[in-house]
Design a protein around this ligand. Structure first.
Ligand code: FAD
Ligand code: FES
Length: 259
Protein backbone atom coordinates (compact mmCIF):
# COMPACT_ATOMS: atom_id res chain seq x y z
CA UNK A 1 0.00 0.00 0.00
CA UNK A 2 1.72 3.25 -1.11
CA UNK A 3 2.13 5.95 1.52
CA UNK A 4 3.15 9.59 1.32
CA UNK A 5 6.49 10.08 3.04
CA UNK A 6 8.55 13.19 3.68
CA UNK A 7 12.15 12.13 3.03
CA UNK A 8 15.30 13.99 4.01
CA UNK A 9 18.04 14.00 1.38
CA UNK A 10 21.12 12.74 3.24
CA UNK A 11 23.47 12.95 0.27
CA UNK A 12 23.17 14.57 -3.14
CA UNK A 13 25.99 13.72 -5.53
CA UNK A 14 26.67 14.36 -9.16
CA UNK A 15 27.70 11.20 -11.04
CA UNK A 16 28.56 12.91 -14.34
CA UNK A 17 27.48 15.96 -16.34
CA UNK A 18 23.93 14.60 -16.65
CA UNK A 19 23.20 12.27 -13.72
CA UNK A 20 22.58 12.78 -10.02
CA UNK A 21 22.51 10.29 -7.15
CA UNK A 22 20.49 11.02 -4.00
CA UNK A 23 20.30 8.97 -0.82
CA UNK A 24 17.07 9.55 1.07
CA UNK A 25 16.02 8.82 4.61
CA UNK A 26 12.73 7.16 3.82
CA UNK A 27 10.99 6.49 7.13
CA UNK A 28 10.14 2.79 7.27
CA UNK A 29 9.28 2.44 3.55
CA UNK A 30 11.67 -0.53 3.21
CA UNK A 31 11.03 -2.32 6.50
CA UNK A 32 7.29 -1.77 6.78
CA UNK A 33 6.05 -1.06 3.24
CA UNK A 34 8.40 -3.56 1.56
CA UNK A 35 10.01 -1.05 -0.85
CA UNK A 36 12.49 -2.83 -3.15
CA UNK A 37 14.93 -1.85 -5.89
CA UNK A 38 13.19 -1.89 -9.28
CA UNK A 39 10.00 -0.40 -7.85
CA UNK A 40 9.59 3.34 -8.14
CA UNK A 41 8.81 6.40 -6.09
CA UNK A 42 6.52 9.18 -7.29
CA UNK A 43 8.35 12.32 -6.26
CA UNK A 44 6.79 15.77 -6.02
CA UNK A 45 9.11 17.90 -8.09
CA UNK A 46 8.40 21.54 -7.22
CA UNK A 47 5.95 23.47 -5.11
CA UNK A 48 3.50 24.49 -7.84
CA UNK A 49 1.10 22.43 -9.92
CA UNK A 50 3.83 20.18 -11.28
CA UNK A 51 2.87 16.54 -11.24
CA UNK A 52 4.92 14.00 -9.41
CA UNK A 53 7.72 12.35 -11.39
CA UNK A 54 8.42 8.58 -11.31
CA UNK A 55 12.00 7.68 -10.35
CA UNK A 56 13.16 4.10 -9.82
CA UNK A 57 14.63 2.80 -6.62
CA UNK A 58 18.25 1.90 -7.21
CA UNK A 59 19.05 0.56 -3.73
CA UNK A 60 16.78 0.10 -0.71
CA UNK A 61 18.15 -0.73 2.70
CA UNK A 62 16.38 -1.17 6.03
CA UNK A 63 18.20 0.98 8.58
CA UNK A 64 17.82 2.89 11.85
CA UNK A 65 16.50 5.38 12.65
CA UNK A 66 15.20 5.52 9.04
CA UNK A 67 15.53 3.27 6.01
CA UNK A 68 17.88 4.43 3.23
CA UNK A 69 16.87 4.63 -0.42
CA UNK A 70 19.12 5.55 -3.33
CA UNK A 71 17.75 7.12 -6.49
CA UNK A 72 19.67 8.10 -9.62
CA UNK A 73 18.24 10.43 -12.25
CA UNK A 74 19.08 12.53 -15.28
CA UNK A 75 17.69 15.97 -16.03
CA UNK A 76 15.08 15.77 -18.82
CA UNK A 77 12.71 18.69 -18.19
CA UNK A 78 11.27 21.00 -15.59
CA UNK A 79 10.61 18.38 -12.89
CA UNK A 80 13.99 16.65 -12.93
CA UNK A 81 15.73 20.05 -13.24
CA UNK A 82 13.99 21.10 -10.02
CA UNK A 83 15.06 17.82 -8.40
CA UNK A 84 18.67 18.28 -9.47
CA UNK A 85 18.69 21.61 -7.63
CA UNK A 86 17.94 19.99 -4.24
CA UNK A 87 20.73 19.70 -1.67
CA UNK A 88 21.53 17.44 1.30
CA UNK A 89 19.35 18.34 4.27
CA UNK A 90 16.35 19.37 2.13
CA UNK A 91 13.14 17.32 2.12
CA UNK A 92 11.19 15.59 -0.65
CA UNK A 93 7.56 14.54 -0.69
CA UNK A 94 7.54 10.97 -1.97
CA UNK A 95 4.73 8.49 -2.71
CA UNK A 96 5.65 4.82 -2.61
CA UNK A 97 6.31 1.98 -2.92
CA UNK A 98 4.83 1.88 -6.42
CA UNK A 99 4.87 -0.79 -9.10
CA UNK A 100 6.30 -4.28 -9.17
CA UNK A 101 10.04 -4.79 -9.30
CA UNK A 102 12.05 -7.67 -10.76
CA UNK A 103 11.24 -11.18 -9.53
CA UNK A 104 14.52 -12.82 -8.46
CA UNK A 105 16.23 -14.34 -5.45
CA UNK A 106 19.66 -14.04 -3.81
CA UNK A 107 20.97 -17.33 -5.27
CA UNK A 108 20.00 -16.46 -8.86
CA UNK A 109 22.61 -16.11 -11.56
CA UNK A 110 21.41 -13.09 -13.48
CA UNK A 111 22.45 -11.25 -16.60
CA UNK A 112 21.72 -7.58 -15.84
CA UNK A 113 21.47 -5.56 -19.05
CA UNK A 114 21.06 -1.81 -18.68
CA UNK A 115 21.16 1.13 -21.06
CA UNK A 116 21.71 4.75 -20.03
CA UNK A 117 19.40 5.83 -17.25
CA UNK A 118 18.06 2.25 -17.28
CA UNK A 119 21.25 1.16 -15.50
CA UNK A 120 20.45 2.36 -11.92
CA UNK A 121 17.34 0.20 -11.27
CA UNK A 122 19.51 -2.93 -11.82
CA UNK A 123 21.96 -2.06 -9.06
CA UNK A 124 19.68 -3.49 -6.37
CA UNK A 125 19.58 -6.86 -8.18
CA UNK A 126 23.38 -6.84 -8.36
CA UNK A 127 23.44 -6.25 -4.59
CA UNK A 128 20.81 -8.94 -3.92
CA UNK A 129 22.74 -11.59 -5.90
CA UNK A 130 26.16 -10.30 -4.74
CA UNK A 131 28.99 -12.02 -6.61
CA UNK A 132 26.70 -14.23 -8.78
CA UNK A 133 25.50 -11.93 -11.54
CA UNK A 134 26.99 -10.51 -14.71
CA UNK A 135 26.25 -6.93 -15.75
CA UNK A 136 26.25 -5.53 -19.28
CA UNK A 137 25.98 -1.75 -19.12
CA UNK A 138 25.66 0.44 -22.20
CA UNK A 139 26.08 4.18 -22.56
CA UNK A 140 26.06 6.56 -25.50
CA UNK A 141 29.66 7.57 -24.68
CA UNK A 142 32.20 7.41 -21.84
CA UNK A 143 31.08 10.80 -20.45
CA UNK A 144 27.62 9.36 -19.74
CA UNK A 145 28.85 6.29 -17.82
CA UNK A 146 27.62 5.94 -14.25
CA UNK A 147 27.73 3.50 -11.32
CA UNK A 148 30.54 1.49 -12.94
CA UNK A 149 32.45 0.90 -9.70
CA UNK A 150 29.21 0.06 -7.84
CA UNK A 151 28.45 -2.72 -10.34
CA UNK A 152 32.07 -3.90 -10.46
CA UNK A 153 32.01 -4.40 -6.69
CA UNK A 154 28.76 -6.40 -6.69
CA UNK A 155 28.99 -8.46 -9.89
CA UNK A 156 30.96 -11.52 -10.91
CA UNK A 157 31.64 -9.92 -14.30
CA UNK A 158 31.09 -6.46 -15.71
CA UNK A 159 30.98 -5.61 -19.43
CA UNK A 160 30.82 -1.99 -20.54
CA UNK A 161 29.57 -0.95 -23.97
CA UNK A 162 29.29 2.37 -25.75
CA UNK A 163 27.62 3.49 -28.95
CA UNK A 164 30.66 5.51 -30.05
CA UNK A 165 33.41 3.13 -28.88
CA UNK A 166 34.75 5.55 -26.26
CA UNK A 167 34.17 2.99 -23.48
CA UNK A 168 34.50 -0.80 -23.52
CA UNK A 169 32.84 -2.78 -26.32
CA UNK A 170 31.97 -0.65 -29.36
CA UNK A 171 28.35 -1.60 -29.99
CA UNK A 172 24.95 -2.23 -28.44
CA UNK A 173 24.29 -4.17 -25.26
CA UNK A 174 22.27 -6.87 -27.04
CA UNK A 175 25.33 -7.63 -29.23
CA UNK A 176 27.48 -8.11 -26.11
CA UNK A 177 24.66 -10.15 -24.56
CA UNK A 178 24.66 -12.42 -27.61
CA UNK A 179 28.44 -12.95 -27.31
CA UNK A 180 28.07 -13.89 -23.64
CA UNK A 181 25.12 -16.24 -24.20
CA UNK A 182 26.95 -17.99 -27.04
CA UNK A 183 29.63 -19.01 -24.51
CA UNK A 184 27.30 -19.75 -21.59
CA UNK A 185 23.50 -19.58 -21.49
CA UNK A 186 23.13 -21.10 -18.02
CA UNK A 187 21.53 -18.05 -16.40
CA UNK A 188 18.40 -17.88 -14.26
CA UNK A 189 17.19 -14.83 -16.14
CA UNK A 190 18.06 -11.72 -18.10
CA UNK A 191 16.81 -8.56 -16.37
CA UNK A 192 16.82 -5.43 -18.49
CA UNK A 193 16.02 -1.74 -18.23
CA UNK A 194 16.55 0.96 -20.84
CA UNK A 195 14.95 2.46 -23.95
CA UNK A 196 12.25 0.35 -25.61
CA UNK A 197 14.17 -0.47 -28.84
CA UNK A 198 17.03 -1.75 -26.68
CA UNK A 199 14.64 -3.83 -24.55
CA UNK A 200 13.13 -5.35 -27.67
CA UNK A 201 16.56 -6.44 -28.97
CA UNK A 202 17.54 -7.79 -25.54
CA UNK A 203 14.24 -9.70 -25.28
CA UNK A 204 14.73 -11.22 -28.77
CA UNK A 205 18.29 -12.27 -27.92
CA UNK A 206 17.30 -13.86 -24.60
CA UNK A 207 14.42 -15.67 -26.31
CA UNK A 208 16.76 -17.12 -28.94
CA UNK A 209 18.95 -18.61 -26.23
CA UNK A 210 15.98 -19.83 -24.18
CA UNK A 211 16.74 -17.63 -21.16
CA UNK A 212 13.73 -16.06 -19.36
CA UNK A 213 13.73 -12.27 -19.65
CA UNK A 214 12.13 -9.55 -17.53
CA UNK A 215 12.02 -5.97 -18.80
CA UNK A 216 11.30 -2.70 -16.99
CA UNK A 217 9.19 -0.44 -19.23
CA UNK A 218 9.03 3.35 -19.14
CA UNK A 219 5.93 5.34 -20.04
CA UNK A 220 4.90 8.88 -19.29
CA UNK A 221 2.94 8.81 -16.05
CA UNK A 222 0.44 11.01 -14.29
CA UNK A 223 -1.27 9.45 -11.25
CA UNK A 224 1.21 6.56 -10.84
CA UNK A 225 -1.38 4.35 -9.14
CA UNK A 226 -3.51 2.93 -11.97
CA UNK A 227 -6.27 5.55 -11.88
CA UNK A 228 -5.78 7.64 -15.07
CA UNK A 229 -4.89 5.23 -17.92
CA UNK A 230 -1.97 7.54 -18.75
CA UNK A 231 0.59 4.74 -18.85
CA UNK A 232 -1.35 1.96 -20.61
CA UNK A 233 0.69 -0.36 -22.88
CA UNK A 234 -0.38 -3.02 -25.35
CA UNK A 235 0.30 -6.63 -24.39
CA UNK A 236 0.95 -9.50 -26.80
CA UNK A 237 -2.43 -11.08 -25.94
CA UNK A 238 -4.29 -7.90 -27.03
CA UNK A 239 -5.01 -6.62 -23.51
CA UNK A 240 -3.77 -3.29 -22.12
CA UNK A 241 -1.80 -3.06 -18.88
CA UNK A 242 -0.71 -0.15 -16.70
CA UNK A 243 3.03 0.33 -16.44
CA UNK A 244 2.56 1.99 -13.04
CA UNK A 245 0.39 -0.68 -11.43
CA UNK A 246 1.00 -3.92 -13.38
CA UNK A 247 4.68 -3.09 -14.10
CA UNK A 248 7.03 -1.43 -14.63
CA UNK A 249 8.59 -4.92 -14.81
CA UNK A 250 6.97 -7.41 -17.19
CA UNK A 251 7.91 -10.80 -18.56
CA UNK A 252 9.32 -9.90 -21.99
CA UNK A 253 6.98 -12.43 -23.65
CA UNK A 254 3.95 -10.53 -22.33
CA UNK A 255 4.84 -7.32 -24.18
CA UNK A 256 3.66 -6.48 -27.70
CA UNK A 257 6.95 -5.29 -29.19
CA UNK A 258 5.37 -4.31 -32.51
CA UNK A 259 3.55 -1.18 -31.26
C1 FAD B 1 8.63 3.63 -13.83
C2 FAD B 1 9.57 4.72 -14.23
C3 FAD B 1 10.80 4.80 -13.61
C4 FAD B 1 11.70 5.82 -13.96
N1 FAD B 1 12.89 5.85 -13.34
C5 FAD B 1 13.77 6.82 -13.65
C6 FAD B 1 15.04 6.89 -12.99
O1 FAD B 1 15.37 6.06 -12.14
N2 FAD B 1 15.86 7.90 -13.33
C7 FAD B 1 15.51 8.83 -14.29
O2 FAD B 1 16.32 9.73 -14.58
N3 FAD B 1 14.34 8.78 -14.93
C8 FAD B 1 13.45 7.82 -14.62
N4 FAD B 1 12.26 7.79 -15.26
C9 FAD B 1 11.93 8.84 -16.25
C10 FAD B 1 11.52 10.11 -15.50
O3 FAD B 1 10.32 9.85 -14.80
C11 FAD B 1 11.30 11.26 -16.51
O4 FAD B 1 12.56 11.61 -17.06
C12 FAD B 1 10.72 12.46 -15.80
O5 FAD B 1 9.38 12.18 -15.41
C13 FAD B 1 10.74 13.67 -16.72
O6 FAD B 1 10.11 14.74 -16.03
P1 FAD B 1 10.53 16.23 -16.30
O7 FAD B 1 9.52 17.12 -15.66
O8 FAD B 1 11.94 16.47 -15.92
O9 FAD B 1 10.44 16.33 -17.85
P2 FAD B 1 9.19 16.59 -18.78
O10 FAD B 1 9.16 18.03 -19.12
O11 FAD B 1 7.96 15.99 -18.18
O12 FAD B 1 9.61 15.72 -20.02
C14 FAD B 1 10.89 15.95 -20.66
C15 FAD B 1 11.06 14.96 -21.79
O13 FAD B 1 11.10 13.62 -21.27
C16 FAD B 1 10.06 12.83 -21.83
N5 FAD B 1 9.53 11.96 -20.77
C17 FAD B 1 8.92 12.35 -19.64
N6 FAD B 1 8.58 11.28 -18.89
C18 FAD B 1 8.99 10.21 -19.57
C19 FAD B 1 8.93 8.82 -19.34
N7 FAD B 1 8.36 8.29 -18.26
N8 FAD B 1 9.45 7.99 -20.25
C20 FAD B 1 10.02 8.47 -21.36
N9 FAD B 1 10.12 9.78 -21.66
C21 FAD B 1 9.60 10.63 -20.76
C22 FAD B 1 9.04 13.80 -22.33
O14 FAD B 1 8.28 13.28 -23.40
C23 FAD B 1 9.89 14.97 -22.78
O15 FAD B 1 10.43 14.74 -24.04
C24 FAD B 1 11.34 6.79 -14.95
C25 FAD B 1 10.10 6.69 -15.57
C26 FAD B 1 9.23 5.67 -15.23
C27 FAD B 1 7.90 5.59 -15.90
S1 FES C 1 -0.03 6.76 -14.50
FE1 FES C 1 -2.17 6.85 -14.14
S2 FES C 1 -2.74 4.83 -14.66
FE2 FES C 1 -0.58 4.70 -14.71
Amino acid sequence: MPVEQICTIVSADRLNEFAYSFTLEAGKLVEQQGLRAGQFLHIQCGEGLLLRRPISVSLAQADDPEDLVRIVFEVRGEGTRWLAGRRAGEKLNVLGPLGNGFACGPKDRLLLVGGGIGVPPLLGQAALTWGHSTAVLGFRCAERAMLVEDFREKCRELHLCSDDGSLGFHGFVHQKLEQLLEKDADYTAVLSCGPKPMLRSVAETAERFGVPCQVSLEERMACGVGACLGCAVQMADGTMKHVCKDGPVFDAREVDWNV
